[in-house]
Design a protein around this ligand. Structure first.
Ligand code: HMG
Ligand code: MG
Length: 298
């Protein structure tokens, strides 16, 4: 492979739980994140400071961020869609936030109730405030292959939004195949265009597994030098405003594949499987991770 180590960004507590029908008690979410902290993960997206009217599953965001045991060397981040969310980030001493962008007008409207242009203005005010408070900002670009409302998205549009977010001050861009329709070919085509605007180290990938392509797409991305991968333990979740979107690539499966290919992650697979088992039992659902099912029969 083109990379020898990969940094995994665990998005299960946010992307995972935001789309689960069952709303878990705050204490369970805290226990889940504390377990993830013991696996060797260095980046955990713990929650999102969004409106509970839009995403009730994240309604206890402040309590979750305040309640978790923050281990030195691990970054606990959260999505911030507007200045109200930013205030929550400051109140909870969150050191890294994530902001969203998409090349699709309709997706932006459904997800953040604004136009792309208004979204850019929100991003600018959040970035300015984050700079003042010394908070790192990660940028998401969603629907990088296709939008559930507008269809195919041009790679050049993805490159344009990525460039805008980088110029605004994001330190990293996570490229989201929100509805998981990409294949290694369309993913590589998109990445080649995006890599024209910034070095490969600037980009992370965030692939949902709706069509069972996430692992193959991750591998295709690694071959182009990508070394930061978002994943969700046990393949939980999806985006509530992208109908039919299933969870991200399951972290257990990604780690199993990478270790099998000789790529280091620093993650203890056994402890990760335990964390996946724990959260699936709490949700009363089966794990979407093949590795978890193969080893634990849940
Ligand atoms: P809005 O309704 O236009 O906002 O929503 P508003 O300013 O008119 O406020 C409406 C109410 O919400 C008010 O309460 C506000 O106080 C409250 P009321 O006065 O009616 O009682 N409110 C808030 N409460 C808590 N925290 C806040 C906040 N803001 C307003 N931050 C808004 C606009 C952006 C808030 C809304 O659209 C929203 O919360 N959207 C979030 C949607 C979301 O989280 N989507 C999923 C994440 S994106 C994703 O999953 C994709 C990704 O994984 C990448 C990929 O897969 O591609 C990242
Ligand atoms: Mg997502």
């Amino acid at each position: 492979r083109n990379v020898s180590s990969v940094r995994i960004v665990e998005v299960g507590p946010r992307d995972g739980l935001q789309n689960e029908a069952k709303i878990l008690p705050t204490t369970t979410k805290i226990e889940f994140i504390n377990r993830l902290s013991k696996t060797g993960l260095k980046n955990i997206e713990a929650t999102s400071f969004v409106s509970a009217k839009w995403i009730p599953q994240m309604g206890d965001n402040v309590d979750v961020m305040k309640g978790i045991e923050k281990v030195d060397g691990i970054t606990y981040s959260a999505i911030v869609p507007n200045m109200k969310g930013f205030e929550d980030a400051v109140e909870t001493k969150t050191t890294e936030i994530a902001i969203g962008g998409s090349a699709s007008e309709t997706f932006t409207k459904k997800n953040f109730n604004c136009t792309i242009a208004e979204g850019v203005e929100r991003v600018k005010s959040i970035m300015k405030a984050a700079k003042e408070k010394n908070i790192k900002v990660r940028g998401y670009v969603s629907t990088v292959i296709s939008c559930p409302y507008e269809g195919k998205i041009k790679p050049s549009e993805v490159a344009k939004i990525s460039e805008m977010l980088l110029k605004a001050g994001c330190y990293e861009i996570s490229l989201g195949d929100t509805i998981g329709v990409g294949t290694p070919n369309s993913i590589s085509e998109m990445l080649k265009e995006v890599l024209k605007v910034a070095p490969v180290e600037t980009f992370a990938i965030h692939y949902h597994d709706t069509y069972g392509q996430a692992l193959s797409n991750i591998l295709a991305s690694l071959d182009l030098g990508i070394s930061v991968v978002d994943a969700s333990v046990s393949g939980l979740g999806g985006c509530p405003y992208a109908r039919g979107a299933s969870g991200n690539a399951a972290t257990e499966d990604v780690v199993y594949m990478l270790h099998g290919c000789g790529v280091k992650t620093g993650i203890d697979l056994e402890l990760l499987i335990d964390a996946g088992k724990f959260i699936c039992e709490e949700l009363g659902r089966q794990s979407e991770s093949k590795v978890n099912r193969a080893t634990r029969k849940i």
